[in-house]
Design a protein. Structure first.
Length: 352
């Protein structure tokens, strides 16, 4: 069965999230309008693709593009392509690659949300493993369906105890608007959390754009955890359809604030349940085979997230589909490393 690819019409672009929700697995927030439009802050060009398939329902894919002098365009299919299964994903990937080649693209990056058992099939197709962009290659997925009591009862004992203790300690979690003042407070706390080089922060403008864009479109919510007027922790959550996710989080290093992060996440999951999500992505843990490795950068946060649900989901990762052999070689050897260094040096952004 054939697949033809085209750019979305203006009307389809205007109803993009509805088309996303019609994808086989209910769409991906990373390919939703809010995220695609946020990426314009980082000078990406947005491409919205429609894949028409013989005898089957169409698919849509959100693509971020950048023009590279001499080489052509670089495309990244956000959290996709999304299709029914491995065979349909490979078919969709090949069709997008063929279409992209005709547009002067020299490489397409894909990030299919399939399990690690599918890895060999992508290698056999000639795809090259590459650095991921989506932050949850391995993650914890929490079932947030049902009543609040049912959701709470599914947590591990440590998480339940921490939430209850946080309440006893007088910590209050509220849903707040993404005003300039709240965005600034959140970013200041992120800076404190990142202190000592624990991780590299993107510029304030990126976070402000992200939080406001998602909030404006009804896809996001900011949360503050406070006690006696002091901001102890903050989080920003996102959702599309039946899926929600934990995008950013920050907290003070204070032993007297035990339970604050668990209580904050509980309020996030209550919100997720209210907006219709059934699965909440805690967005980032060590892979399953390194859960007990204290040297992994996500070891501590992985233990925290697994207190809500012990099972870790591993995705297959990201792959490059080279379309122009010479251009791809130049990009891998010179272009990509240089772009990363310049972005970090000039814009304080680890992602070009």
């Amino acid at each position: 069965m054939g697949v033809s690819v085209r750019f979305a019409t203006p009307d389809e672009a205007a109803h993009w999230d509805a088309l996303q929700l019609a994808n086989p697995h209910g769409g991906e927030i990373w390919a939703a309008n809010a995220h695609l439009e946020t990426k314009r802050f980082s000078k990406y060009r947005v491409r919205r693709l429609v894949l028409e398939r013989d005898g089957r329902s169409p698919l849509v894919a959100g693509v971020l593009a950048k023009r590279v002098p001499v080489l052509g365009e670089w495309w990244m299919v956000m959290a996709g392509p999304e299709a029914e299964d491995l065979e349909a994903t490979l078919e969709a990937s090949a069709a997008i690659a063929d279409f992209a080649r005709r547009q002067g693209v020299f490489v397409v990056k894909i990030e299919p949300r399939l399990g690690t058992e599918t890895r060999q099939a992508f290698l056999d197709a000639g795809y090259i493993p590459t650095i991921r962009r989506i932050p949850n290659e391995s993650t914890v997925l929490v079932d947030v369906s049902g009543t609040e009591d049912e959701v709470f009862a599914r947590f591990g004992k440590k998480a339940r105890n921490a939430i209850n203790r946080g309440k006893r300690e007088g910590i209050e979690v509220t849903r707040v608007e993404a005003t300039d003042a709240n965005c600034e407070r959140f970013f200041e706390l992120l800076q404190e959390t990142a202190g000592g080089g624990r991780f590299v922060l993107r510029p304030y403008g990126y976070f402000r754009t992200f939080w406001k864009e998602f909030t404006k479109r009804g896809n996001g919510q900011m949360f503050f955890a406070e006690r006696d007027g002091r901001l102890l922790a903050a989080a920003f959550a996102i959702h599309l359809g039946t899926k929600s996710g934990y995008k950013e989080g920050a907290s003070v290093r204070d032993k007297q604030a035990y339970g604050v992060s668990h209580l904050l996440q509980w309020e996030v999951m209550r919100w997720a349940n209210e907006v219709g999500a059934t699965v909440h992505d805690l967005c980032g843990t060590p892979p399953s085979d390194r859960l007990d490795d204290p040297t992994h950068e996500l070891h501590g946060v992985g233990k925290f997230k697994r207190s809500f649900h012990s099972e870790v989901t591993d995705y297959v990762g990201a792959f490059d589909i080279p379309l122009k052999a010479w251009a791809y070689r130049v990009w891998v050897k010179l272009g990509d490393p240089l772009a990363r260094r310049l972005s970090l040096a000039l814009r304080k952004d680890p992602y070009y």
